[in-house]
Design a protein around this ligand. Structure first.
Ligand code: HEM
Length: 108
């Protein structure tokens, strides 16, 4: 993308990772906004991103196995295992939300 001086702007962290769009995707629906709703949305969206990555790794592992590149398949599946460890520990963040906190926005 050209900047004010007609030159190509260097690709920034924000542009490459589309941080503004990402940060804009957590739309709380409760009214008035309940404090815990942002946590609920953030944790679930993070899960969904990691699920996407897991599928990406499994697809790559299947191709590697079909082509007898076993070490690469193992590497991809190791990565899946590490992601799953992260997903399990992420549950503890949601556990800081009480049933009362959940019902505060889920019944809206
Ligand atoms: C505090 C933790 C959680 C609570 C209180 C909770 C609550 C719920 C509720 C009430 C529903 C039913 C929504 C409906 O159809 O009316 C639901 C569905 C669902 N939840 Fe959770 N959830 C939690 C954690 C998670 C986590 C960690 C995931 C993983 C990403 C997840 C994924 C899903 C999915 C995929 C559905 C839809 C299931 C379907 O379509 O039948 N939830 N959740």
């Amino acid at each position: 993308m050209a900047n004010d001086y007609g030159k190509e702007a260097p690709l920034s962290y924000n542009k490459y990772l589309r941080v503004p769009e990402l940060i804009d995707l957590q739309t709380c629906l409760s009214s008035p906004v309940h404090h815990d709703e942002l946590l609920f949305i953030t944790v679930h969206q993070a899960y969904e991103l990691w699920f996407k990555q897991i599928l990406h790794e499994i697809d790559a592992a299947v191709v590697s196995m079909k082509e007898d590149r076993i070490a690469e398949a193992v590497q991809a599946m190791r990565r899946v295992g590490e992601i799953e460890k992260l997903l399990i520990s992420q549950i503890h963040i949601l556990e800081t939300m009480t049933p009362f906190g959940f019902s505060g926005f889920a019944t809206n």
